[in-house]
Design a protein around this ligand. Structure first.
Ligand code: C5P
Length: 232
């Protein structure tokens, strides 16, 4: 990992026209975008084609979870349409993770894992037969991901120090739930400021509403980038 923390903007809008306006407003200062199920399900590969044509990089947040062969083929398809980072669910198990890692190596793309969704608490885990706490389960699944050859995970700010300690500085961490000081938390509970996340070793911070819903997204992004720069 370079010691720089990169900014990634979550394109959480329903209309492609709105996404395009946002990308243009943010200009050259933002290189990375996260494209999720909302935009991709409606507009498909066109979203990636257009972002790539504008010279941007894309994390396709589809959280693949299926049998190993299907996931590996989905990773290859995501690579073909231009995704730079692709994710899968670590709970798909070691064989699925190994197949995803192999497809990542083959295509030269970065494949990372989602461990435990932040909407899952101890009670939700118990309901699906998992007796561990969310933190224990995150650590277990992150270890499985690393052993399968994946370079990193999506994690919450709360888990970042634990994962850095367990897996060292090279492990990739993509961290949502970022709020500049004074910004509305919204539904995010485990939040960190951009500077705190950078100091805790985040490889990428994923920022949605603080930029997407800002009165002036370009100014909001510039302030976050300045905050990241101030600690590195
Ligand atoms: O608007 P906000 O900055 O909260 O957006 C964060 C982005 O990261 C959203 O796209 C959200 O779905 C995603 N995300 C998250 N928490 C996770 C995983 C992904 O907030 N654990």
């Amino acid at each position: 990992m370079s010691d720089k923390t990169h900014l990634m903007v979550a394109l959480d809008v329903s209309e492609w026209a709105d996404a395009l306006t946002l990308v243009k407003q943010l200009g050259e200062q933002v290189e990375w975008y996260k494209v999720g199920k909302q935009l991709f399900t409606h507009y498909g590969p066109k979203v990636l084609e257009e972002l790539k044509a504008m010279g941007r990089k894309v994390f396709l947040d589809m959280k693949f979870h299926d049998i190993p062969n299907t996931v590996a083929q989905a990773v290859r398809s995501a690579a073909l349409i231009g995704a730079d980072i692709i994710n899968v669910h670590a709970s798909g198990g070691p064989a699925m993770l190994a197949a995803a890692a192999e497809a990542g190596r083959e295509t030269g793309k970065t494949v990372i894992a989602v461990t435990v969704l932040t909407s899952m608490d101890t009670a939700q885990l118990q309901a699906i037969g998992i007796q561990s706490t969310p933190a224990e389960q995150v650590l277990r699944l992150a270890k499985l991901s690393q052993e399968a050859g994946l370079p990193g995970v999506v994690c919450s700010a709360l888990e970042l120090p634990m994962l850095r300690e367990a897996f060292g500085p090279e492990f990739l961490t993509l961290v949502p739930g970022i709020r500049p000081a004074g910004a509305a938390a919204g539904d995010q509970k485990r939040i960190m400021t951009p500077a705190q996340a950078a100091l805790a070793g985040a490889s990428y911070i994923i920022v949605g509403r603080p930029i997407v819903a800002a009165h002036d997204p370009a100014i909001a992004a510039r302030a976050i980038l300045a905050e990241l720069d101030s600690v590195k």
